[in-house]
Design a protein around this ligand. Structure first.
Ligand SMILES: [Zn+2]
Ligand SMILES: [Zn+2]
Length: 348
């Protein structure tokens, strides 16, 4: 095996990314070294690290090898590993925790309250490298039916979407509005469809709306002054049973609430920004249930993998561009220019 590897560091807030040489790490007790096969670019890499970095945020990026949507094969296992062996195909749940706080005990490592909480690609070395050192308990088996690119996309994006859809308990009884058709919104639309719902997709970009229709949305709408009326028309004047808000914009958030019918369920997935509204008319008097949904637990990610196979969903369908890690600069520049859709890195 090689002794060195290439890994990408983002120079936070400077719109720069650099490929550097690193020693290939050795797995310690309970650790597994992965040979990377695919790594997705998450919107947060671009919005929260590459373009701007808020150093006041205690969780900010620490300048390690970036990338938190990893999928690959086991290259070597350290002492005391029990579940995985060389050659196994895996997905990585991208956060490590203390394993003993209440959130960790529930498998919701994302909500770990200990200062040991650490995110691959933010606080410890991540997926934009030829090899990656992981904790065995954060690994999930990648089934044969799925490609490594499928696996990488499940790691953050599809896991988040799956949990948001699950939170609203979407079924064939529902018409579901997805607001914002980036990777998380597209995945939410695909999963809601697989659960039997009728799905309406809304975005400000006609290209994204066209992609959503191609991937199975029953109705795609470009957000304009008439969009709320069009949604009401499509739903017998009642509005939708469920809204999944993935745009993180003021207008998108208000639309997701206004388009919901009486007793409707609304899930907020899109992060950051602010929201100003009159809750009397948009939430309270309509008897809405409003959920916030952040990432997924590790058991929920395992459920997502099982159902993605069962429903014959291919997460890689949302990929717009695939790059080699040596092209990391071009990949970020393309994404930064907008309209790129989902970008992944792949290894042979
Ligand atoms: Zn992410
Ligand atoms: Zn914890």
């Amino acid at each position: 095996m090689m002794n060195t590897m290439q890994g990408a560091i983002i120079l936070g807030g400077k719109r720069q990314v650099e490929l550097r040489e690193f020693p290939v790490p050795e797995p310690g007790p309970g650790q597994v070294l992965l040979r990377m096969k695919a790594a997705g670019m998450c919107g947060s890499d671009l919005h929260n690290i590459y373009r701007t970095m808020n150093l006041e945020d205690p969780g900010h990026y620490q300048g390690c090898i970036a990338g938190h949507e990893p999928s690959g094969t086991v290259e070597a296992v350290g002492p005391n590993c029990e579940k995985f062996k060389k050659g196994d195909r895996v997905i990585v749940y991208h956060i490590t925790g203390c394993r003993s706080c209440n959130a960790c005990r529930k498998g919701w490592i994302v909500n770990c309250t200990s200062d040991q909480r650490s995110v691959y690609g933010w606080h410890r070395d991540g997926a934009y490298a030829d090899f990656m050192l992981t904790e065995e308990y954060t690994l999930l088996k990648l089934p044969e039916e799925l490609s490594f690119i499928d696996g990488a996309i499940i790691s953050c994006g599809f896991g988040t979407s799956f949990q948001g859809v699950r939170r609203a308990d979407v079924s064939g009884y529902d018409t579901v509005l997805v607001v914002g058709l980036g990777p998380v919104g597209l995945a939410a639309a695909i999963i809601a469809k697989a659960r039997g719902a009728k799905v309406i997709g809304v975005d400000i970009s006609p290209e994204r709306v066209a992609t959503a229709e191609k991937l199975g949305c029953d109705l795609g709408l470009v957000a304009d002054d008439e969009v709320l009326n069009k949604i009401r028309e499509y739903t017998n004047g009642q509005g939708v049973e469920v809204s999944l808000e993935c745009s993180a914009s003021q207008a998108g958030r208000v639309l997701s609430l206004e388009a919901a019918r009486l007793w409707g369920r609304v899930v907020f997935l899109g992060e950051h920004g602010n929201l100003s509204l009159n809750p009397s008319f948009t939430v309270i008097q309509k008897q809405l249930t409003l959920h916030g949904s952040w990432m997924s637990g590790i058991a929920e990610m395992e459920d997502a993998i099982e159902h993605i196979v069962r429903w014959k969903i291919r997460p890689e369908d949302i990929v717009a561009h695939t790059f080699a890690i040596t092209e990391v600069r071009e990949a970020f520049e393309l994404s930064d220019a907008g309209k790129a859709g989902k970008v992944v890195f792949a290894w042979d």
